[in-house]
Design a protein around this ligand. Structure first.
Ligand SMILES: [Fe+2]
Length: 428
């Protein structure tokens, strides 16, 4: 078992030991764990079993893996009397931590018909009880504080993945079943997929550029941040403009009608190969039926809302659309500087829809910020080893748990992926 070095992690995950005994950690734990169960609640055991593609995991697996994370990185190292629920789970629910040992191949998670969903619920209850015991001990909770916070933020990331994965799974069913029949309020677990933006004034916000700072200050103890968000560092920006709103379906439709998917000159080479090999002709869940466009959503198939921000586009599609629109995608630094400025401003010239709508592709490769180092031990595999062949997405989506993201947050996916709630903000 890899034992994580406390001191490394206190700095790595940007948390202060003085903050370790916040009485809210226990409440936070209960809230996050209940959030996962709430997402699974409308689903049948059969729903929770299916793996609809190699990128997506069964709901059951997400429920177990998020418990495995606490068992592996918190309970085994810090709760002296903890006994593993089932030693076989160490392999079954390891995602990608080579430092921990063997794992079930990602594309074969759907083959795990055993353990049953009931057994996985028992596993969750076992881990919850042990965690509550640990949280009651001031000393143990303080020692493991940074890892507990990491585990909670990790589980929130999986809550969004549960929604994107179950959406894909339901979309593969010819009956196009709804996850939830009625749209609830936005921000509540995949509700209200279509949130029409308010339109007013100029479409662009201008920035003079110069030397700016981005990234999370590791010395800050105000809030949790993943290791990849640090260090804070300087970046030089040329003057730029960035769109105040996200690209809407009606605008993306104009790109389609104008032959966007049949003009090779708009596409990066690898993107054009995807268009042809996978016969892309619209965003992932759009269908054209008798000249009317529909979109599969968590509430079933709906008429395409022309004012909603376009969703489920790959980096390649975002990039091609930007070229067609005589614009480009913002860099990560441009987005972060503009969003930061907007958060501090009372002017109407601010960016809208930074959070809670669509993840926004940037033109920036997902690499370590200057000076980034991953922690030692298995937990250091969390982000650093994925810094290859992926692009940064900023903001958050309608499926992101409230309060999970921030301006320095760095989501990342390979350029061809489109099952996440990803959209487009333009820059010039
Ligand atoms: Fe995970």
């Amino acid at each position: 078992m890899t034992r994580v070095q406390d001191l490394n992690l206190v700095s790595m995950w940007n948390l202060d030991r003085d903050a370790c005994v916040q009485p809210s950690l226990s409440d936070q734990f209960s809230r996050v764990r209940a959030g996962t169960d709430a997402i699974a609640a409308p689903l049948s055991p059969e729903d929770c079993q299916v793996q609809s593609m190699p990128d997506a995991s069964p709901i059951k697996w997400h429920m177990a893996h998020t418990s495995w994370f606490f068992e592996t990185f918190v309970l085994e190292p810090y709760a002296a009397s903890y006994r593993a629920f089932d030693p076989k789970f160490k392999v079954l629910f390891n995602s990608y931590y080579n430092g921990i040992g063997d794992k079930q191949p990602r594309a074969e998670r759907g083959l795990l018909s055993r353990p049953s969903l009931d057994r996985i619920r028992e596993y969750r209850a076992h881990v919850d009880a042990a965690m509550r015991g640990l949280l009651r001990s001031r000393a143990q909770a303080a020692a493991a504080h940074s890892l507990i916070s990491l585990g909670l933020n990790h589980e929130e990331q999986h809550q969004e993945l549960m929604l994107t994965d179950l959406k894909h799974m339901l979309s593969m069913n010819p009956c196009a079943p709804a996850y939830r029949a009625e749209a609830a309020r936005a921000h509540q677990n995949g509700a209200a997929e279509n949130s029409a933006p308010a339109q007013s004034g100029s479409a662009w916000s201008s920035f003079s550029g110069g030397l700016v700072e981005i990234g999370h200050d590791a010395k800050s103890t105000v809030q949790f941040a993943f290791d990849s968000e640090s260090p804070r560092h300087q970046v030089f920006l040329r003057p730029y403009r960035i769109a105040k709103q996200l690209v809407r379906n009606r605008e993306y439709l104009a790109f389609i009608v104008d032959g966007g998917y049949s003009r090779h000159d708009l596409w990066l080479s690898e993107g054009w190969d995807r268009v042809r090999d996978e016969r892309w002709c619209a965003p992932m869940y759009w269908r054209e039926d008798h000249r009317a466009w529909t979109e599969f959503t968590l509430h079933g198939t709906q008429a395409l809302d022309p004012d909603a921000p376009v969703c489920h586009v790959s980096f390649f599609e975002a990039d091609a659309y930007a070229r067609w629109a005589d614009a480009r995608l913002p860099t990560e630094a441009e987005w972060e500087h503009a969003a930061n400025d907007s958060a501090a401003s009372t002017s109407p010239d601010v960016l809208a829809q930074c959070f809670g709508s669509r993840w926004q592709w940037t033109a920036s490769a997902y690499l370590g910020h200057p000076g980034f180092t991953a922690a030692t031990g298995a937990v250091g595999e969390y982000n650093g080893k994925f810094m290859c062949n992926q692009f940064v997405l900023k903001g958050s989506s309608i499926a992101t748990p409230e309060g999970h993201s921030r301006v320095t947050y760095r989501n990342f996916f390979p350029p061809e992926k489109r099952w996440q709630f990803s959209g487009i903000r333009l820059a010039k």
